[in-house]
Write a protein that binds this ligand. Structure first.
Ligand code: ZN
Length: 256
């Protein structure tokens, strides 16, 4: 088995050291949780991390895989200089993902070398790790259910791959806690309840009005991750859930 860890991490810029250290974040528990889970990634012996984000330009139907010799992050606007770290690309796993007849209608590649901030923020906590390769994926305009199915496809490819691989899906929950807190709470609670019960129907076929109104960037990355765990015996640990500046932030670990 070469899938060895799966984490769901949020990406609030205020957990980055330059902002956190200047007292701009009340997300103390979230910052600690991200640190704790990324420390587990460092100690896991993985050689490759598949990172799944909802930010950046989307294809209407297909998952986008960024392909480049290496990737840099750009968090200068948040006062973080970690763009100087380069993340090498795992061409071999990428080739596996592209191989086979299923791929053409599921995956499209994009020659971009800058990782979006949603991916970059969690990776910042891994900047001291040496030689960790990444495969960046981005969600599409297709349905939630399609993302769930893509997760299964991704898992099959990773399981056949001869390296230790981790998955990090990154996203935030509702962004409207300040404006429409009742809707925001209803959406966030739907996600939390589904994870606690390991019953994902409300996520795979969600109330689309609720999802749209709640303004989330976290559902489709989460569904790819959950789809990748289909058939795996695991426990879900909700490490933290916090609301700050109107946004819900969830940090979760899937233990298997
Ligand atoms: Zn986001």
């Amino acid at each position: 088995m070469s899938l060895v860890l799966a984490h769901y991490l949020p990406h609030p810029p205020t957990i980055l050291a330059p902002l956190r250290d200047h007292g701009q974040s009340s997300l103390t528990a979230t910052a600690e949780a991200v640190k704790e889970l990324t420390a587990k990634i460092k100690n896991s012996g993985i050689t490759t991390l598949v990172v799944i984000s909802a930010h950046g330009e989307r294809d209407p139907k297909k998952i986008t895989m960024l392909t480049h010799e290496s990737f840099r992050t750009d968090l200068l606007r948040f006062g973080d200089l970690s763009e100087y770290k380069l993340w090498p690309f795992n061409w071999n796993l990428a080739a596996e993902l592209q191989a086979g007849t299923e791929t053409s209608h599921r995956l499209v590649v994009s020659d971009e070398d800058v990782l979006d901030y949603g991916t970059a923020i969690p990776l910042t906590f891994l900047s001291t790790i040496e030689n960790l390769k990444v495969v960046p994926l981005r969600v599409s305009g297709a349905s939630e259910e399609e993302h769930w199915h893509f997760g299964s496809f991704l898992k099959d490819k990773i399981m056949d791959f001869d390296e230790r691989v981790g998955i990090v899906a990154t996203g935030n929950l509702s962004h409207i806690h300040l404006d429409e807190s009742e809707v925001a709470r209803r959406y966030d609670n739907t996600v939390l309840a589904a994870l606690r019960a390991a019953q994902y129907n409300d996520l795979i076929a969600p109330d689309t009005d609720l999802v749209t109104t709640a303004k989330t960037c976290g559902l489709k990355p989460l569904l790819i991750l959950l789809g990748a765990l289909k058939g795996v015996k695991y426990e879900t640990e909700i490490v933290t859930y916090e609301i700050d500046s109107g946004i819900g932030y969830l940090t979760a670990e899937f233990i298997f």
